[in-house]
Design a protein around this ligand. Structure first.
Ligand code: SF4
Ligand code: SF4
Length: 169
């Protein structure tokens, strides 16, 4: 008989505890985020998707050397003194053609170590975090624009042809 009443008391106490929690949450504002209509604002120094402003990249390779997992692939080519590749937005002279600048974000551990040594500050970690893909190969981000050097090459080739013609003449 004692056990019977103790079970009743325990049940009432359990229901009371549960209802207390429910009531508490009934009057506190909801924190559920209606994603994707609503999004959390990222902290100021959040490390998410990397971005390289390739127009400011001088191909110095410092980022790739700092990367602990070797997921930055850079290929450059030196140009002759007579070819002007222009300046970065901060006035650094470009001396190398950046033919390849790929980052494999499937290997990246978001440590941010590559961004610190960048002399032109063109490699940054952005607050962008929605970068899921279905195919892993889509995580290889390619930033270089090798086709932009085509005009230089044709200008160089025509210079050589002119030189050859002048020598022949
Ligand atoms: S964030 Fe870290 S792991 Fe990712 S590319 Fe930069 S250095 Fe490499
Ligand atoms: S450190 Fe900066 S400038 Fe140098 S290759 Fe990397 S991104 Fe380009």
């Amino acid at each position: 008989m004692g056990r019977y009443f103790s079970n009743i008391v325990q049940s009432i106490s359990t229901i009371w505890t549960g209802m207390n929690i429910t009531l508490k949450h009934l009057f506190t504002p909801s924190i559920t985020l209606q994603y994707p209509e609503e999004r959390w604002e990222m902290p100021e120094r959040a490390r998410n998707q990397l971005f390289n402003d390739i127009d400011d990249c001088i191909g110095c390779d410092q980022c790739a050397r700092a990367c602990p997992v070797d997921c930055i692939y850079i290929e450059t080519e030196k140009v002759g003194e007579d070819i002007d590749l222009g300046l970065t937005s901060k006035g650094t002279k470009k001396r190398l053609k950046v033919l390849r600048f790929d980052i494999d974000m499937s290997l990246c551990c978001y440590c941010g170590l590559c961004t610190y040594p960048c002399p032109t500050e063109c490699l940054i970690m952005t607050p962008h975090y929605e970068a899921s893909v279905y195919d892993r190969t889509d995580l290889l981000y390619k930033y270089a624009k090798p086709w932009e050097y085509d005009d230089l090459e044709s200008a160089d080739a025509s210079k050589d042809t002119d030189k050859e013609a002048a020598t022949a003449g």
